[in-house]
Every structure is written in structure tokens, then in C-alpha cells.
Write a protein that binds this ligand. Structure first.
Ligand code: PHE
Length: 347
């Protein structure tokens, strides 16, 4: 083997051993760099005769080309390997299921509320909404619970250390009953100059607050207020209407309703409404679902109406209670813990 063949072989071996592009460039310098072996050979040509230069020069050039092509081949191979490596490390597994955005759903209590609105809406009731931070005038005084009256202690609440623009104290409403006054006053005003005022028929669902907390009471809960006031409304109407509602709500006629005498400052007479299922896991037990009664004359007066002419009834039902009965839930707190394992069952 002559010196040039040896040189080419050495270069090919060195290049093949270079594991990275940087090391390949170092190896290249040893052959083709300023002091590289090929360069040294070309420099040595100067000492030869013109004839020798020609033949020797051609041989060196041929060897140089072989070194260069070995270099390029290795450069190419290293670049390929690098790309291969990169593709491997950034590989996408297209068989993996995608990450989806969680699908939301209506909360079971809100769903129950919407169901109640739908049923009363179909019975011709208007649906109203009112403030959760309420003045103590609407929450108590207008509903016939004067300041310092012991009846107020039936509903302990969260007081706000502030008054509204008219200087009335604020509290979180303990029931939806203040909506009776708000809605009736607006209604009376609207029809003040009309020949005849249409009946007030409204429900007002929403959040309410009391200082109570156990498996069946939450400091925040939901009620739906109902009010029907007109010139010729009787307790019979309440009974028929409520039975219709409760049968539609539970999708059965196989339940009974009972009115149990009770006391509320804003109704007289007053009654608790209990229901009893004839079948199913709750059969045979009276379950309280609502307070109710004939609107007290003083409350009719506070609505801006004449109690000699107008009469009516009101009820206030627990929406969470109705949702618990409908879905068979024994602990109210499950609704408000925010545990998705529970809530996602209502999707
Ligand atoms: N507001 C009463 C309560 O929260 C319920 C009720 C409403 C009673 C309307 C009579 C009439 O307990």
C-alpha cells in the first residue's frame, strides 16, 4: 500500500470513528486543515520538478477527493442519525386518547329549580328574582315581624353591618318571602290606574341563608316562594294548585298531601304542607316540604293593597329538600361539597 492509499484509509477510519459532528470537524482538520496531512503533502510538491509535480500532484488530488468524499459521507450519516434520534424522542403516540376539556353540567339543585319554574310557568305563574342581601324591612318588618318581636328568632340570620340608601339595615335574606312584598308592590303600582288589577301569580326561587348546619340544613339553601293574590282566591285554590304541582314534580299521582296547622307571622291561618308517597323507599312517611298560609291582612296592606278587597295565599318550599326527595339523597351537604364524583352523576 502506498502512502496515499494509507492516508485515505486513515482518514476513512478516523471519520468513521468520530461520534459527533464536532469531533468529525476535528478529524477533518488533521487531514485537510492548514497543518493537515493532505495540506503538508501539497506543500511538499514545491520541492519537485515540473514533471514530477504534475504526476504526484494528480495523485494527491485524487487522494484528497477521496478524503473529502469520506468526510461528506460521514457528515451526512451523522446528520441523519441526529434527525433519527430527534424524531424518536419527539415521537407522538397517535393511539393515545386525547385530553378533553371536562364537560360541565347543570347542578342538581339548579336543575330542580328549573323544573319547578317549568311546572309553575305552565300553570300561568310569573317567575321573579330578587336580592339575596335584603333589608330587614322586606325580610321581617313588612312580613309582620316588628323589630324586637320574638318571631324573628325563628329565623336567625347573618347580619350585614351596613344600611341601604334609605337607612334600612341589611341582612342575608332568611327566606324568599320578602319577594312577596317586592313583587306585589311592583304589580300594584303597575296596575294602579287600571280598571281591574289582574291576579298576582308568581313564584320566586332563589338562595336563602340561616344559621343552621347539619345533614338536612345548610347555612345557604334554596327556597321557592309562591304567591297568589286576587279578589277571589281561597285556601282551596292553594290546595288544588299545590297538589297539581307536587304530582307533576314527582311524576306520580300516588301521593298524599296534608296541611298541618302551624304559625308564621305573615300568614293567618298558616300550615305546613307534608307529602306522603304511597310507593317506593319513602312510602308511608309524612315529609315536610313547605310552609304556607293565607296572606295576613297586614301583609296585604304592606303590599300596597286593600285587605278588604284582596285575599290570597303564599307558600315557601325548600328546593334542596325537594331535590333530595326526588333523587333519593340523604345528606344535603353533598349538594354543596363540590365533589365531582357526586355531581357528575346528574349529567
Ligand atoms: N317563609 C317561610 C319559611 O321560610 C315559609 C312560608 C312562606 C310560610 C310563605 C308561609 C307562606 O319558613
Amino acid at each position: 500500500m502506498n502512502d496515499l492509499d494509507q492516508l485515505v484509509l486513515d482518514a476513512q477510519t478516523d471519520f468513521a470513528k468520530a461520534p459527533t459532528p464536532a469531533e468529525l470537524e476535528n478529524a477533518k482538520a488533521r487531514y485537510l486543515g492548514k497543518a493537515g496531512r493532505v495540506t503538508e503533502l501539497l506543500k511538499a510538491l514545491g520541492a519537485l520538478t515540473a514533471e514530477e509535480k504534475k504526476s504526484r500532484g494528480a495523485l494527491i488530488n485524487a487522494a484528497k477527493q477521496q478524503v473529502e468524499s469520506a468526510l461528506n459521507a460521514r457528515r451526512h450519516a451523522l446528520a441523519e442519525a441526529e434527525l433519527e434520534q430527534q424524531l424518536k424522542s419527539e415521537a407522538l403516540d397517535v393511539t393515545l386518547p386525547g385530553r378533553r376539556r371536562g364537560e360541565g353540567a347543570v347542578h342538581p339543585v339548579i336543575r330542580t329549580m328549573e323544573r319547578i319554574e317549568q311546572i309553575f310557568g305552565s300553570m300561568g305563574f310569573d317567575i321573579a328574582d330578587g336580592p339575596e342581601i335584603e333589608t330587614d324591612w322586606y325580610n321581617f318588618t313588612a312580613l309582620n315581624s316588628p323589630e324586637n318581636h320574638p318571631a324573628r328568632s325563628m329565623q336567625d340570620t347573618f347580619y350585614v353591618d351596613a344600611k341601604d340608601a334609605e337607612g334600612r339595615w341589611l341582612n342575608l335574606r332568611t327566606h324568599t318571602s320578602p319577594m312577596q312584598i317586592r313583587y306585589a308592590r311592583a304589580h300594584a303600582k303597575k296596575y294602579a290606574s287600571a280598571a281591574r288589577m289582574p291576579d298576582i301569580r308568581v313564584i320566586a326561587p332563589g338562595r336563602t341563608y340561616r344559621v343552621d348546619s347539619d345533614a338536612t340544613h345548610s347555612p345557604m339553601f334554596h327556597q321557592v316562594e309562591g304567591l297568589w293574590v286576587g279578589e277571589n282566591v281561597s285556601f282551596k285554590d292553594l290546595k288544588v294548585m299545590y297538589l297539581d304541582f307536587i304530582q307533576a314534580f314527582f311524576e306520580t299521582t300516588e301521593l298524599q298531601l296534608r296541611f298541618r296547622p302551624s304559625y308564621f307571622p305573615f300568614t293567618e291561618p298558616s300550615a305546613e304542607i307534608d307529602i306522603m308517597f304511597e310507593h317506593g323507599p319513602l312510602a308511608g312517611k309524612w315529609l315536610e316540604v313547605s310552609g304556607s298560609g293565607q296572606v295576613h291582612p297586614q301583609v296585604i296592606r304592606n303590599m300596597g293593597l286593600d285587605p278588604e278587597r284582596f285575599i290570597g295565599f303564599a307558600f315557601g318550599s325548600g328546593i334542596d329538600r325537594l331535590a333530595m326527595l326526588r333523587y333519593g339523597i340523604s345528606d344535603l351537604r353533598l349538594f354543596f361539597d363540590g365533589d365531582l364524583r357526586f355531581l357528575s352523576q346528574f349529567k
